[in-house]
Write a protein that binds this ligand. Sequence first.
Ligand SMILES: Cc1cc2nc3c(=O)[nH]c(=O)nc-3n(C[C@H](O)[C@H](O)[C@H](O)COP(=O)(O)O)c2cc1C
Length: 400
Amino acid sequence: MPTIDTAVNIDDLKRIARRRLPKIMFDFIEGGVEDETGLSVNAQAFRNTRLVPRYYIDTSKREQTAKILGLTFNAPFGIAPTGMAGAFRKDAELFLAQAAHEANIPYLMSGASNASMEKGVKLAPKNLWYQIYGARDRSFQLDLVKRAVDCGLTTIAVTCDVPVSSNRERNRRNGFVRPIRMTLPTILEAMLHPGWVINYYRDGGLPMLGNWEKYAAAGSTADQVADMFAKQTPDASQTWKDLEAIRNAWPGKLLVKGIMHPEDARIATGMGVDGIIVSNHGARQLDNMPSSLEMLPLIRNAVGPDTALLLDSGVRRGSDIVAALCMGADFVLTGRATLYGATAGGLAGVKKAVSILQREIDLVLGQIGAPNLDALGPHYLLETVKAEEERRNSGAMARR
Ligand SMILES: Cc1cc2nc3c(=O)[nH]c(=O)nc-3n(C[C@H](O)[C@H](O)[C@H](O)COP(=O)(O)O)c2cc1C
């Protein structure tokens, strides 16, 4: 079994996280919906992408500085929002924020995080972004926007792909409901992970939803705040008008997370959104969706070259990040990859996940002959190379 120090890839961090967590918790991270077809669709999309290297290009001074939304980061990826991360490891979101600050990459804190944005921004003043879920009481979502302004954040994202809860059958079978229903098999399995169980109960059980505490009655317990959150979200009555209201209330950069249809992308950009996170929520919402990678070129065509496009869902390797950039993304987010790190080893685990991905990106850049991210593009994709060769061949035939 690897340790944080000996882990060589994201899969090693996943193995450590799996060993540490009871099945009921690990399955919450890992699971998809219904038949979980989407998980393999996401993985396969990357596995089916072929990069064609070019040689005799000086790549001795490689660098992966990335620019997005007028900001400069040390890598072309950031950390996607993952709710309730504090339940997997106490203060996980603070470790994610700290690691993002140290690595100079963005961390998009979840609207269902345990740490509050006010705490996160102290650790990552320039690198914290915040994700908003629409709420039935619209004053909450607008107050969250105001808090993001007061925190001095540069960027927020509104998640659009959770109009209703999803059918996560693993969670239902495991009894991942509140309060966690400890069936005999769940208890027996959890006893194999005593470290997590002892810490969880020592720290008071379900951690507080830090950003929502304010909207519950004074003195509410974590369970009461979570109940209130569950009554507010998901909110199936959200429409483009809600996005417009957030746009009007937010002076900074605004992203919409979860857009998959090119027409939705056109509507969002027409409304003044600064960027789109093309995402299928890590295959956690609708099982038979396409992968975000499949939709990316269509969305790039729909919005043109100037809208910032970020992508997540299924990224586990530096080569996945490079492939997404070649296919039209400006930036990539990692959900489970960095969450495995946080769960497996706290701050050291997130730092390890980030450094693994940075190293892999660096090596892929060297392998394909790209000294920096500006050199990337569709010309590295097998499909493009084939099309170009066919075009040349048909031109040669025509000249004969
Ligand atoms: C445990 C977990 C919790 C998540 N919580 C949120 C959330 O609160 N808000 C959100 O917009 N997306 C959430 N997501 C989706 C991620 O932001 C991201 O879209 C997804 O994880 C990307 O896929 P990947 O895990 O394969 O990288 C969550 C994902 C996971 C795994």
